[in-house]
Ligand binder design. Sequence first.
Ligand code: NOJ
Length: 739
Amino acid sequence: MNSIAAYDAKVSRFDSEIDALLDRMTLAEKIGQMCQWNVGEHFDYDGLANGIRSGYVGSLLNTVDVNMINELQRVALEESRLGIPLLIGRDVIHGFNTVAPIPLGQAATWNPTVVTQAASAAAAEAARAGVNWTFSPMVDVARDPRWGRIAESFGEDPVLAGKLGAAMIAGYQGKDLSANGKIAACAKHFAGYGAVESGRDYATTNLPENELRNVYLRPFADAVGAGVSAVMTSFSDIDGVPATANTFLLRDVLRGEWGFDGLVISDWDSIRQLQIHGLTANDKESAFEAATAGVDMEMFGDAYAKHLQELIEEGRIDIRQVDTAVANILRAKFRLGLFNHAYVDPESLPPIADERTLAVYKQAAAESIVLLTNNDHVLPLGRDSMRSIAVIGPLADAPYEQLGTWIFDGDASLSVTPLAAIKSLLGESVDIHYEPALPTSRSHDRQAFDAAVNVASSSEAVILFLGEESILSGEAHSRADIGLPGAQVELVKRIRAAGKPVIAVIQAGRPLTLTDIVDEVDAILFAWHPGTMGGPAIADVLFGELTPSGKLPVSFPKMVGQVPIYYSGKNTGKPPSPETVVHIDDIDPHASQLSTGMTAFHLDAGYLPLFPFGYGLSYAEFRYENLRLSSPQIEVGGSLTVRVDLFNTSDRAGTEVVQLYVRDLVGSTTRPVRELKDFQRVYVEPHSQVSVIFEIHSDMLGFFGRNQSFATEPGEFHVWVGADSNATLMGTFEVMAAK
Ligand code: NOJ
């Protein structure tokens, strides 16, 4: 939010060019700019070229044929009356032909630098294909692991999502958006989409304004502050008004409060869907609602193309509204430099899957892996001491599945699977016995279980590759049961009985409920869908070439009935604590129904997740000590520093994600029990110590209070620094009103 002012300073560079063009445009040409046409697989090339020639098309999506794109850009520049180039949109979500970990995996790195580098590599590959605009990052706060699109998110926390969203935008757009290989970014889905009821994609959201502002809008404000080129509206409705017709969101907040001067695009056909929502009676009214709310461009659909002109002629839509929308679209084209160089020369960009891209994607995959359990330090496996190892499971050698959701252009032939990587790392000296055991993660076919058990019995240790295929997460792929699908739990139990150390490596697009297997295996590595280089990253972590440093960007529930469960909930009037939790089996059947002494928890699950937000182990061992503040007070407008000593007490070097949380004890509205405010990845040599310093500025403590305006309220705060959201090392300070 603070960076908006800085962003304001760099806008409007192209105002005179835009005005000059607008002066020359007919109404039909203006409306044409507001229409994005889908190319897809079956399309009429001549119809498309004619549409462009006539000025009816502002943008295309879903083509990655660079020769055709160059030709269509030529038609736009040379054969249309005004020579306005095209925006070429595509879902480049986590890589292009080469694929990085899913965004939720990237969030587990807590590493903005690697996120920027991964996006930059994706931009270069996409630009090679003629794409100049990606519909990414998705900065929807996602607190429901049932929701398939949690895979595309940065998880449950607005600060983490905001920082990583900004990092991704920086990677796509670079410092100079018009530079070769850079593409426009689009923050989506504005807003509240992550809160769809019961995690069912496209469902309704119910978000009070206070929650919306304090949680769900924050990463979007950060994206705007980072100079994102575009914002996409959400499919969902919010407080009774679909986002695509939501004047409060689009005009009051996005334009009015944040000063966004980029382009607002609908989601796919979401303007016409206003009628299906029951907000409008027909497409004409849908076009009216969306244009009035401030949607500049219609993705797919034809409500604008068919009805805007009539609405203007009837005087229901002011031409100035259309001019503003067109100006926003033209501004994006000027910023991309398309008027000067719309054509793409693929040879001027690095080749697909070049060494640097593979190295960055491997680093991202390695840093995304979260070590959830490691009993008796079973990991890392000793490369030199082992003679035989069993590699079992449906996801050990599944090149497509490891890529994850939304990979239209992903090339599975580039994938290095865990099986291949383990073989290449261990060479001839270790016998690797491979048995997939199940044909897919969802399969109940147990025919190969005996063979898998034999393989386990004849090996020194077992690595079990479990999880869910990529198609089980992503858009419209929500699940009500988020356990390991198919017969995988049974497989774990059968393998366990073989009596060998068992390491589970789980690839998935969401948190899974792992309660059934957590005590059945000696270690769990959660690898998300790690992308092209997932195999080498996993192999290196398993065998200690790399030390895991990933931390959960989202809480892992014990059972699905706990959802939504997130670390930053409110205290309530009856907060639970470890002492008050009763297990359902211990309840006296004759106990009377009381509220006295009762708290907010589930009889059968307690109130804690299986693994909390921010959690992740390392092969190194870290200890936090000596939290000190530069001052016990902070004046509104001022700042203080928090310092801790971080010890690595082990023989291994490691990187720790050091996390800073605060609690505002009393507010004009109730405040979360903890909120992440900052984090740092800190490398520590064996048996050494480093001091970690955070600065807390009073603005970081601000929130939207009872009157929905943003302020830092004076009063007492707690601050914690530690390894996860349960950090115990605490200090206190007071915020004082400015003198
Ligand atoms: C619908 C999805 O919700 C959105 O995220 C995506 O960018 C568009 N389709 C285009 O594919």
